[in-house]
Design a protein around this ligand. Structure first.
Ligand code: HEM
Length: 248
């Protein structure tokens, strides 16, 4: 019997949707997304070295850049499905690639963690300590737990409800980790309230705020649709219905 825990509906070009199951190991397409995201982190680290030279200043800049870089695919993995549900067919490609965005985020974050390893090798201590270190290490662990489970086999063993719960807790914990970087710096900027500081934090903080709001909005719309039709449509189906309704 198929385990619906790991099945997702993917919209076809002709507007119909088909059920797919995530692979049990990375496919060429997955490697492409992960490779591109990791290469992006690497390029940003090189950019930081080009700007500041080989020193701790460039390491911190590289951490700041790769932190933001990894947030972008994370955000799309978190909110892509909600965008398709709420705003229609244009966003369906985002919904269909949620898994790849998640993998890309994990790869980009690996670049971030690689820089932390370099920091440790050069300074003989980690750049964070105490509760903050524990908090961010936990977020990093969630990243790799979710990555492992995004391959069919493990999620199937876990079961539908448990996999959903795991994803919910993990994704929101990671979102909160991003928020704790961007939010306070945006809303309590302190002395460094310059234009550069605002540009470096505010858009990311707003994105971090918008993500759960979109998710809640999509949840409400899906509930409403379910109560009308008696069955739960996928994000993709909702998007198709909406665009068809608009076209007719
Ligand atoms: C999922 C886990 C993680 C996420 C989501 C994350 C996210 C971020 C983000 C968004 C930034 C940019 C912050 C800014 O510009 O103010 C950043 C910077 C940084 N991260 Fe991470 N990070 C994670 C894990 C870690 C870990 C485990 C460590 C240390 C052991 C760490 C150490 C740093 C440091 C030192 C910076 C530079 C902070 C500064 O601006 O001085 N991060 N991280």
């Amino acid at each position: 019997m198929p385990n619906r825990a790991v099945e997702t509906k993917v919209l076809q070009r002709d507007g119909t949707s088909k059920v797919t199951r995530p692979p049990t190991k990375p496919e060429p397409n997955d490697w492409f997304w992960m490779g591109a995201a990791f290469a992006g982190s690497f390029a940003l680290a090189l950019l930081a070295v080009t700007i500041h030279g080989v020193n701790f200043k460039s390491l911190i800049l590289a951490l700041r850049l790769t932190g933001r870089w990894s947030f972008l695919p994370f955000w799309l993995a978190y909110a892509g499905g909600a965008m398709a549900t709420l705003f229609g067919r244009t966003f369906v490609p985002l919904a269909n690639r949620r898994r790849q965005f998640g993998l890309a985020y994990a790869a980009a974050l690996s670049g971030h963690l690689g820089l932390i390893a370099i920091f440790y090798l050069r300074a003989s201590h980690l750049p964070l300590s105490g509760k903050l270190l524990f908090f961010f290490l936990t977020a990093a662990c969630w990243t790799y737990v979710l990555t492992l489970f995004s391959f069919g086999g493990l999620a199937a063993k876990l079961g539908a409800a448990n996999w959903r719960a795991l994803r919910f807790v993990g994704m929101n914990y990671i979102l909160y980790a991003f928020w704790s970087d961007f939010g306070p710096a945006t809303f309590h900027p302190g002395t460094s309230d310059t234009l550069v500081h605002t540009l470096a934090y505010t858009p990311f903080a707003l994105m971090a705020l918008a993500a759960p709001l979109l998710a809640v909005g999509a949840f409400v719309v899906r509930r409403w649709r379910t109560s009308r039709t008696g069955h739960a449509p996928s994000a993709d189906t909702l998007a198709t219905d909406r665009s068809e309704a608009r076209a007719s």
